[in-house]
Write a protein that binds this ligand. Structure first.
Ligand SMILES: NC(=O)c1ccc[n+]([C@@H]2O[C@H](COP(=O)([O-])OP(=O)(O)OC[C@H]3O[C@@H](n4cnc5c(N)ncnc54)[C@H](OP(=O)(O)O)[C@@H]3O)[C@@H](O)[C@H]2O)c1
Length: 285
């Protein structure tokens, strides 16, 4: 696989043992056979955490195969590119490829202020789908500001009834990051012939309930990482290019909740696990 290496704008400092999936920077040099990129190109990419790659992106410089990186459009900054890469590819793949979301559809996105969720809401709204999302009690307005037609407090005791009342014939596409918690809920909320796309929270057992059969539902379980390893699927670069076009024209705006220095990367990891925030955390070398 041809490779290109990038170096972030700040050099120096100890190189950590690398974690991290997303990255953005300037191509420093390219390997033999690489013609799509040249030194000086602004790029971003994702999926460094798959089995194909030894390193991660919490570093001053990295080496990446060309099928996971994409040129940054002139109007998209490094921070936006790095913030949107993994979550944008996940939302695109889940809603458009697996979900087949269409403008006439009703779409439910769980957790519409999360990293993936806030981009998924923007994408579903841009498609033109009737978009309903859930959020913590004090963030429903934030979720609506991402373009949702309605945002429902996920802590409500009558969550299912309230979500159903926003689309009385059910949801054609449901995008779920907490499958262990919501799978049965999804089956109840789905429209006949709908599609439930599960992309997180699958650690425990998720049982295929009887409702899925009686409604003729399609249940998809997806991982964006497969794009980096399965030659049958589109490449990360191909999907990311389309996502970046939407960032460039203002359709999608990734939200950056906080920035950390590279030396604070462990603090960023801790925050991902323990804190609650809207959008993404950024580690800036
Ligand atoms: N399959 C894939 O390709 C793929 C790709 C990316 C991520 N993932 C997985 O998807 C999941 C989400 O990732 P992320 O980066 O978007 O995480 P995140 O940024 O932490 O977002 C999670 C969201 O879930 C919300 N939430 C918490 N409790 C909830 C509940 N009971 N009901 C509904 N929403 C709730 C949080 O809201 P509050 O903070 O306001 O409570 C937060 O907005 C993770 O498990 C991740 O590993 C999978």
């Amino acid at each position: 696989m041809p490779r290109a290496s990038t170096r972030s704008t700040r050099s120096g400092g100890p190189l950590p043992k690398t974690s991290g999936s997303d990255f953005a920077g300037v191509v420093e040099s390219v390997g033999p056979g690489v013609s799509a990129f040249a030194p000086g190109d602004r790029v971003c990419g994702t999926a460094l955490h798959t089995a194909r790659f030894a390193g991660g992106s919490f570093a001053d410089a990295l080496v990446a195969p060309t099928d996971v990186l994409t040129p940054l459009p002139d109007g998209v900054g490094f921070e936006e590119g790095a913030a949107v890469a993994l979550v944008g590819v996940t939302a695109w793949l889940g809603l458009l490829e697996y979900g087949g979301l269409a403008p006439t559809d009703r779409c439910l996105v769980h957790g519409g202020t999360g990293g993936v969720g806030h981009v998924a809401v923007q994408l579903a709204a841009a498609v033109g789908a009737h978009t309903v999302t859930t959020a913590s009690p004090d963030r429903t307005r934030t979720a609506e500001a991402f373009g949702a037609d309605a945002a429902v407090d996920y802590a409500r005791g009558d969550l299912l009834e309230t979500v159903r009342s926003r689309a009385t014939d059910g949801y054609d596409v449901i995008f779920d990051h907490r499958a262990g918690e919501y799978f049965t809920f999804d089956l109840e909320a789905a429209a006949f012939d709908g599609t439930v796309v599960l992309y997180g929270g699958l650690d425990g057992e998720v049982e295929l309930a009887h409702a899925a059969l009686s409604k003729g539902l399609t249940v998809e379980v997806m991982s964006m990482s497969n794009l980096a390893t399965d030659p049958e699927l589109p490449t990360i670069a191909g999907v990311l290019r389309r996502v970046l076009e939407l960032v460039d024209d203002g359709t999608i705006a990734p939200e950056i909740a906080r920035r950390y220095d590279l030396e604070e990367a462990s603090e960023a990891h801790r925050a991902v696990i323990e804190d609650s925030f809207v959008g993404k955390l950024l580690v800036v070398p």
